[in-house]
Unconditional design. Structure first.
Lengths: 169, 206
């Protein structure tokens, strides 16, 4: 297959592009196009595609431009809102993580210091009822007293995170 | 009623012009403005929508997909920060950019797992139309196009229907201009032979 283009193809292309083929072509160029395989292919394919383009374009069902302008405007606004709220979302996540770390730190601190402040609850306990001292004793599984508040804090902050996320969406 | 409507609206839409420029500029963000005003876009759209649809429909063989991709192309064109301006760059550059977006969307569509490969999609839509609606050019070109690969259809359409140069086709498709010359030459040779055979067959049948 010869890949070198015909030197006269540009003349044919130019006339065809101006819509002047074959009227404006001289007899010699027309004779050349009839005998040259490359120019013949070019003319055959170009004319077929030009006709197909006209027919296909006429069959197109295009929506009014206002719809596209509106969609583009919405998308631009969404992009701007997304960019502006991205730091806010980061701050929300940071606040949540900080709160969780503080809650866990507080729980750990209280566990190390025996939760002495809980003794005042014993005064509120019913006679013969539950005993905080018993619960806090090492053999009674006092770790529940750490795990429960931690779990409650996790549930509360988790719910808050879900709420913030759903509100954002 | 009005208050409930307002409460259901997003806050940015309840504040007209909140992002007209000052807020976003103050935040240091660049808002991609439309490359042309509404009237200029409407005029540009009326001249370019049908050719773009024809290109997408003929290459994808799917008119519904072509409509979706055409709309998405215009929306992206309007949103793109780097889109050429109609006044500064001219309509030809804007049109080329639009065809490039459409081509990229088509490529993305073909790359999706559910879609068929670029090499496997037949040119079946236009063959499915009733014969009465077809013109001579479609009757001849349709079967020939069906036997071409989508990449070949793409190159042939851009070169022979849109009249783009190799350099412009390279800009639209992202291929190297030197590769386009070779691919286009082969594709043209192939479809010309198919068109001649089709014409000869029709001549014998008639």
């Amino acid at each position: 297959m010869r890949l070198t283009p015909c030197p006269r193809e540009n003349e044919v292309r130019e006339l065809l592009g101006r819509g002047q083929w074959p009227v404006a072509a001289d007899a010699e160029l027309r004779a050349h196009a009839a005998s040259c395989r490359a120019c013949g292919d070019f003319l055959l394919v170009s004319e077929a595609f030009q006709k197909a383009r006209a027919v296909t374009a006429a069959a197109a069902k295009v929506p009014p431009p206002g719809i596209l302008l509106w969609r583009a405007q919405l998308r631009r606004r969404s992009a701007v809102v997304e960019r502006l709220t991205r730091p806010l979302f980061g701050a929300e996540i940071f606040a949540l993580v900080t709160a969780l770390v503080a809650a866990l730190g507080f729980g750990a601190f209280e566990a190390r210091h025996g939760m002495a402040w809980l003794t005042w609850l014993e005064k509120l306990a019913p006679a013969g009822g539950w005993s905080w001292s018993a619960l806090l004793s090492p053999d009674q599984g006092w770790t529940w007293m750490i795990l429960l508040p931690a779990f409650a804090a996790l549930v509360a902050f988790g719910g808050l995170a879900v709420y913030l996320r759903s509100e954002r969406q | 009623m009005a208050s409930s409507v307002l409460t259901n609206m997003s806050w940015e839409f309840a504040l007209p012009g909140a992002f007209a420029g000052s807020a976003a500029d103050a935040a240091g963000e660049r808002v991609s403005e439309s490359p042309m005003d509404d009237e200029a876009f409407a005029a540009f759209y009326s001249r370019s929508a049908r050719p773009l649809w024809a290109y997408l429909a003929r290459v994808s063989s799917d008119p519904a997909l072509a409509e979706d991709l055409m709309q998405e192309s215009y929306v992206r064109f309007l949103c793109a920060a780097g889109a050429p301006s109609l006044i500064a760059n001219g309509e030809a550059a804007a049109r080329l950019y639009l065809f490039r977006i459409g081509t990229n969307l088509l490529r993305d569509h073909w790359r999706r797992p559910r879609a068929a490969s670029i090499e496997e999609i037949p040119e079946e839509f236009f063959a499915a139309q009733s014969r009465t609606e077809q013109t001579d050019s479609q009757i001849v070109l349709g079967p020939a196009l069906r036997r071409m690969k989508p990449r070949e259809r793409q190159l042939l359409w851009l070169a022979h229907a849109e009249g783009y140069s190799h350099r412009e086709i390279a800009q639209v498709t992202g291929l190297a201009a030197a590769s386009i010359r070779l691919l286009l030459f082969r594709a043209r040779h192939k479809i010309a032979a198919l068109l001649r055979n089709q014409g000869a067959r029709m001549g014998r049948e008639s």
